[in-house]
Design a protein around this ligand. Sequence first.
Ligand code: 13P
Length: 257
Amino acid sequence: MKKLFIVGNWKMNLTLDEAKILANKLRHGMANLNNVVDVGVCPSFIYLRDIYEILQDSRIYIGAQNMYLEKSGAFTGEVSGAMLKDIGCTHVIIGHSERRTIFQETNSMINSKIKTALSYELNPILCVGEKLDERESGKTEAVVGLQLSEGLNGLTSEQVRRLTIAYEPVWAIGTGKTATPKQANEVHSFIRKTVENRYGDDVAQSIRIQYGGSVNSRNAKELLSQSGIDGALVGGASLDSESFLEIVSDAAKLSYT
Ligand code: 13P
């Protein structure tokens, strides 16, 4: 079994003090867990350095929630991969559905961001997922398939190995409605098959596919028990240290089985 990977996406939440308190609680809460699960947090850009300082000698990875596709230059208000690397990030979420829908990010932009992130040795967490009407009209595989084929366009097998893919059905994000473990597992199998068709079985088996969308301490265990689910990308429940640590602890227990 792969090591599960649990990531908290803090989105645009928390004051600086709240973020530091949360990071300290996670650091202490993780101290008792053996190295059986990978854990990361993705705070707001402007807190990254503070949180890095709190977590730098812990086993918790720091990731950003987004980055710009160009390497540097006149892009007022944007943050580059080099900057993220420079301040200690190891991961970056790319193509989150909120970026796709609210900020009109296209698959082609997402593809460029992945390439730029990889060029700085940042590990991308590529988010894919269908909207409710797409699911209801039977288009889930078509939508997710296109997000994968365009998002991964031009990447080598070695580059794809560095990715985590997060399946986040848009209708399950922040709504309290999770995909059933069976629904999630079906799409995870489809994602792995798609990667396998393009990059071979070895790459498909080596990448981790997280589930995201209303994951909490009550439903995490069942979701994470599914054979195709290798971790979780957690929004709301990652803002509370107890619920996030419970999810991490469930993941750790599953890693022993
Ligand atoms: P929620 O867990 O709040 O539904 O958010 C999921 C998500 O978008 C994580 O990236």
